[in-house]
Ligand binder design. Structure first.
Ligand code: HEC
Ligand code: HEC
Ligand code: HEC
Ligand code: HEC
Length: 450
């Protein structure tokens, strides 16, 4: 797909970067500005080739002499799934999605490229680059034209790069929001039930777990903070609740409603049993007419436990709003305007908690309390459906990873096995059974203590 081999592109970009860096150090009044002012104003994208030189971010081995390892490109290209995000669009499953949705080849369709590549207009490109690079540096770190040159100078502070257009991925709220533009969607790019029915995976996310699954191209523990992962989980929970409620409000006001992806997937997609064996009939249909589709509450059921631990007052307010929203969502033909308004109000409550969760100090004791609270809540979480169970499993996984690393509990291996047992029940959405999941949560609760 590339018009030029990588080996040719890199030295060329290196030269540009180096001369810009030298200019940055020049004191001459007549010297050109250290960076392209026009490009800064417009925030142009360079493509990942601009970061790939061995003396920039393309070192094969991590460097120990610098604050930055400089092997970020090497890690991304070799290990990070984001580098393969474009290639995925030529898989048979993608081609079939393209046929079903009648959008032509996904590798050329804006509908897909929007999340599977650095998809920006020709005017935003500082030079030509290929969508084939997949999800690359500037998808997360922002357009580089403003800071590419100066940020290579010695002792150049991160904050200055941010002023010049770098996206502040160190800020957990901002980071979360950035990941979610693709892992949850926006007004302009989205995965709805139509796409899911055509073959796209449903989008689920949890910042702590997804960050740990990404091969780290940064120093760990992040910011030297051993509890950073718990902080990331907490902030990520609030941001994803906020963004998912904004999405619900958008959809309730949009052209396609009801949007099935806002409803508990397993309510429609489960296999039926004899009435004697049905755990759903046994559970009953509290708060809705039997057989009505229930709201997919996966992004709030675990968050409620977090809110209750950190801020009981806010948690109470949140619960009140959430139960109003659930009542509306669980009706046949629930009032769309009311749903949108209720979702927007609840989203504002989640937003109020974002800053508090970011500023909150996290430590061993709080992490353990949170694990216990979520595990104890297994019965209530499990009946909200498979997607809620999945959020609980991801949460316990993230909390335990940090706890195990730092507090090194004697029964760490036992806890690990119990948490893995949660994931084992999430392999087949149609076979999901709440009582079985609740029993496994009980096992987790037993090993993490009360
Ligand atoms: C809103 C952003 C978004 C849009 C739009 C989008 N995708 Fe995706 N896609 C993702 C994300 C995020 C994942 C990874 C999901 C995960 O693993 O949690 C993914 C995963 C996939 C996968 C599975 C990947 C694998 O490794 O097997 C396929 C196939 C795919 N997308 C195809 C498409 C096609 C075809 C289109 C256009 C019709 C498209 N996507 C549009 C965000 C998007
Ligand atoms: C999917 C998102 C994503 C992509 C793609 C990505 N990064 Fe990152 N990067 C992050 C996150 C998250 C961090 C950790 C937070 C931080 O330190 O800013 C990070 C950290 C870094 C850091 C350390 C920053 C510091 O001050 O400690 C460097 C350097 C970096 N990335 C360079 C790159 C380069 C070069 C590429 C492309 C080859 C790239 N990143 C691709 C998300 C991404
Ligand atoms: C521009 C869109 C985009 C952004 C921004 C983005 N991702 Fe992704 N991410 C994707 C796509 C598309 C895939 C699927 C790639 C594939 O399957 O090859 C993916 C895959 C992943 C995977 C692999 C999932 C799996 O099933 O193995 C992880 C982990 C991940 N992303 C984490 C993150 C994190 C953390 C951030 C924010 C720091 C982030 N992503 C930001 C689009 C994005
Ligand atoms: C209100 C009921 C309903 C809800 C809720 C729902 N779906 Fe569907 N889904 C359907 C129907 C109806 C079809 C079309 C089935 C057919 O034509 O055979 C479908 C089709 C599908 C298909 C393709 C069919 C197949 O067998 O491969 C997938 C995958 C899918 N849905 C996943 C999901 C996921 C994931 C969620 C939750 C995010 C979800 N659905 C929520 C009703 C629902």
């Amino acid at each position: 797909m590339r018009t030029q081999p990588l080996a040719v592109v890199i030295p060329l970009l290196m030269l540009v970067a180096m001369s810009a860096a030298q200019n940055a150090g020049s004191s001459s009044m007549t010297a050109p500005p250290p960076y392209d002012q026009k490009a800064v104003a417009a925030g142009k994208y360079n493509g990942p080739g601009g970061c790939a030189a061995s003396s920039c971010h393309g070192s094969v081995q991590p460097k120990t002499t610098t604050r930055i390892f400089q092997n970020e490109y090497t890690i991304w290209i070799a290990q990070d799934k984001h580098a393969k995000a474009f290639a995925v669009l030529s898989k048979p499953v993608s081609e079939r999605i393209g046929r079903i949705l009648n959008i032509g080849a996904p590798s050329k369709a804006p509908k897909c490229l929007a999340c599977h590549s650095l998809y920006v207009s020709a005017e935003q490109q500082a030079q030509t680059f290929e969508p084939a690079d997949g999800v690359s540096c500037e998808n997360c770190h922002g357009p580089a034209s403003g800071w590419l040159g100066p940020h290579t100078t010695k002792d150049w502070p991160h904050e200055k790069s941010v002023q010049l257009g770098m996206y502040d991925t160190r800020n957990l709220e901002k980071r979360s929001a950035k990941c979610l533009t693709c892992h949850l969607g926006t007004a302009d790019k989205f995965v709805d039930h139509e796409m899911i029915a055509a073959g796209h995976p449903d989008l689920t996310f949890e910042l702590g777990l997804f960050t740990s699954v990404m091969p780290a191209h940064w120093k760990m523990p992040e910011q030297g903070n051993p509890w950073r992962e718990v902080q990331a989980w907490g902030v990520g929970q609030a941001v994803q609740l906020r963004e998912s409620l904004n999405r619900l409000a958008r959809r309730a006001s949009g052209p396609v409603w009801p949007e099935y992806a806002e409803i508990d997937c397993s309510a429609c997609h489960h296999s039926l049993t004899r009435p004697e064996d049905s755990w759903r009939q046994e559970r009953g249909y509290t708060g809705r007419r039997p057989g009505n589709t229930p709201w997919n509450e996966s992004r709030v059921v675990v968050f409620r436990d977090l809110a209750a631990e950190i801020s009981p007052n806010a948690a109470k307010q949140l619960n009140d709003e959430v139960s109003q929203l659930a009542t509306l969502m669980n009706q046949l033909n629930g009032n769309r305007e009311q749903i949108a308004a209720s979702a927007t109000r609840t989203s504002a409550l989640a937003d109020q908690l974002v800053k508090q969760l970011d500023a909150q100090g996290y430590d061993s004791a709080l992490t353990l309390r949170l694990m216990r609270r979520v595990a104890r809540d297994g019965a209530a979480i499990s009946i909200e459906g498979e997607r809620s169970a999945e959020q609980a499993a991801m949460t316990l996984d993230s909390l335990f990873r940090a706890y195990n690393q730092n507090a090194k509990p004697a029964n760490g291996a036992e806890i690990r096995t119990a948490i893995d047992g949660l994931f084992a029940q999430l392999q087949d959405l149609s076979a999901y059974a709440a009582p079985r999941f609740a029993a496994q949560m009980q096992r987790v609760s037993d090993v993490v203590g009360r």
